[in-house]
Design a protein around this ligand. Structure first.
Ligand code: ZN
Length: 149
């Protein structure tokens, strides 16, 4: 777990001083996205990426995904149109019919030898960080406060 309040990893839950509402389940590559969202007033619960090798050839065809659980439904007007490939997921598709509150990217990616799958994930993460950097924090927070969610 990473703490978006003091920008450190929560090693010992019992002795960490910041409220647990600031903790996010994430990996080091996703800290930038989690922190940016938090700074916009959209505090994520988890932010993770996965790559799954599919297909018959080794190291060729992958399913890539980046998933961010933001814990509540927000109006899509708050962040606006997401970058290409990114989607909001609010569906109630889980077995217990609980709601999803997710920003997610999925891509079927082919390794043509120009770059590794890890490099592709880094790229995706960087693109989303850059997108979040273009959002106006005050405007986003104002929209959230308006209860546009
Ligand atoms: Zn902390």
């Amino acid at each position: 777990m990473y703490c978006m309040n003091c920008h450190g990893w929560v090693d010992d839950w019992g002795s960490h001083d910041c409220p647990s509402g600031y903790w996010v389940v994430t990996d080091k590559e996703m800290v930038g996205i989690a922190t940016r969202l938090h700074n916009l007033g959209i505090t994520p619960l988890s932010a993770v990426w996965t790559t799954t090798e599919i297909g018959v050839w080794d190291d060729y065809e992958y399913l890539l995904s980046v998933k961010i659980d933001i814990g509540r439904r927000i109006s899509e007007a708050v962040l606006g149109e997401l970058p290409s490939g990114w989607k909001y997921h609010w569906e109630t598709v889980t077995p217990d019919k609980s709601e999803l509150h997710m920003l997610a990217y999925t891509e079927r990616w082919y390794n043509f030898g120009f770059k590794s799958v890890d490099r592709r994930i880094e790229e995706l993460i960087k693109e989303f960080e850059e997108y979040l950097d273009t959002r106006d924090a005050d405007a986003v927070k104002a929209l959230l406060l308006l209860g546009a969610g």
